[in-house]
Design a protein around this ligand. Structure first.
Ligand code: GLU
Ligand code: MG
Length: 427
């Protein structure tokens, strides 16, 4: 099975018998251009460029194929035109291109993904649950059989786990994946989601990767940790800036923070995403940065004995409705843009901004990122910065799907919307 993630964050796939593996990798399997624009309600957000006419080829990356057992192998796939040229709407291809742009400036990146999901009943309803203790041992024991199988299945698939815990939301579990080169890291996040989906089904459950599985409770984030090196030197430690960041590291953080209002539509663009973006829910809704600040959109994590992977920045605003490849791509492109343009590092926010009044926030220049889907999508559409960072093709496909979704769904009551979309980002 070869998977791809589209502009609405949906995981799409084609499968072939093993004997056709080489054909999947070389010639590719047919896919209509509308794959890019399938929306969460199965409608298609047609544009002038994405129509019923034309055909693409989905090519399996044969080097990344993993045997998942039970007769299924998995691999990520990229979009090409029929003449073999890469399709610029391919988010995985975009991420590869950004990695090459970084390399041309002697910058290398590693990305670590956090996967939060809520376990639900097979019909999508909440599991009966008399009590849930955030980060509780009881949650891990409650789902012991599922988690034991998940450990085995991820290990068999070659997915290393950094840690697993019971999260804040009811029946919410989090897995952290170790840092890896950006495309490998995003592929592994998709693979992990695939494995989670299969194992949950074996235990008569489903895993919701919705930003808001249930209205009125904590959402699912899809935080990404970025570490950067230039000429082999880390950018977020051993420098002379705040908390040891280097000049390039400071400019990278400055580039990301400045870009957030432009690129938010690629990080939290769904019709549901805004409901998660509340101060106090650790979803990083404040457009600022701070050391170990869980209310900041960008949290600086220091290296050292307690963090042998080294210093990194965690972008907390991302949710699992985002396309994992284009979210990494746009953030890395923003970091590089900051480095090349010498972006200024804004003042650090060392305290909890969710405790500040609107006047205090304004006085300190801390903006709240908007929760209104129309505002978020329009900002992306209008942004010359976003278009410069990742190109028109991906921006336009993202805007088309997200705009269609919020126009058709945004009027629904939050509870109805959460229920309807609870499982669309699942596998
Ligand atoms: N579930 C929170 C979110 O929606 C994040 C909690 C945490 O910081 O891990 O982003
Ligand atoms: Mg978490």
């Amino acid at each position: 099975m070869g998977t791809t993630v589209n502009a609405a964050g949906l995981t799409l796939a084609k499968s072939v018998p093993v004997a056709r593996l080489d054909a999947f990798a070389a010639a590719g399997m047919g896919a209509s251009p509308v794959w890019h624009a399938f929306c969460v309600d199965a409608a298609i957000a047609f544009t002038d460029a994405i129509t019923a006419v034309g055909d693409l080829r989905l090519r399996l990356d044969a080097d990344s194929v993993r045997d998942l057992g039970g007769g299924i192998a998995w691999g990520p796939a990229d979009y090409y035109f029929q003449d073999g040229t890469p399709d610029p709407r391919c988010a995985r291809g975009l991420l590869g291109g950004v990695v090459r742009r970084l390399a041309a400036e002697r910058v290398s990146a590693r990305v670590g993904h956090e996967l939060e999901f809520v376990l639900v009943a097979p019909d999508g309803s909440a599991l009966p649950d008399p009590a849930w203790i955030p980060y509780g041992a009881s949650g891990l024991v409650r789902f012991e059989a599922f988690l034991a199988d998940l450990h085995d299945a991820t290990a068999a698939a070659g997915v290393e786990l950094e840690q697993v815990h019971a999260e804040y939301g009811r029946n919410q579990i989090e897995l952290s994946l170790p840092p890896a080169p950006p495309t490998v890291a995003a592929d592994t996040a998709v693979l992990a989601k695939f494995v989670i989906g299969r194992v949950a089904r074996r235990h008569a459950m489903l895993a919701s990767f919705s930003p808001v599985p249930f209205a009125g409770s904590v959402g699912n984030g899809a935080h990404q940790h970025f570490s950067l090196h230039r000429d082999g030197h880390p950018l977020f430690e051993r420098g002379t800036g705040p908390h040891g960041v280097t000049d390039d590291g400071a400019a990278a953080i400055g580039g990301i923070v400045a870009a957030l209002p432009h690129i938010q539509g690629m990080l939290t663009g769904s019709a549901l995403s805004g409901i998660r973006l509340q101060p106090g829910l650790w979803s990083g809704v404040h457009a600022c940065w701070g050391l170990e600040n869980r209310e900041a959109a960008v949290r600086l994590v220091q290296g050292g004995t307690g963090n042998p992977h080294g210093a990194n920045v965690e972008v907390k605003i991302i949710d699992p409705s985002a396309n994992v490849y284009s979210a990494s791509a746009v953030l890395l492109a923003a970091a590089l843009d900051g480095i090349l343009g010498g972006a200024e590092l804004p003042a650090e926010v060392p305290d909890d901004p969710s405790k500040l009044s609107p006047d205090q926030l304004a006085g300190r220049g801390i903006a709240l990122l908007p929760g209104d889907a129309a505002t978020v999508v329009d900002a992306l559409d209008r942004s010359q910065l976003a278009r410069r960072l990742v190109g028109d093709a991906v921006v336009d496909a993202t805007v088309a799907t997200r705009r269609y979704e919020h126009r058709t769904l945004a009027d629904l009551d939050a509870e109805v919307l959460a229920e309807r979309l609870r499982l669309v980002w699942s596998i």
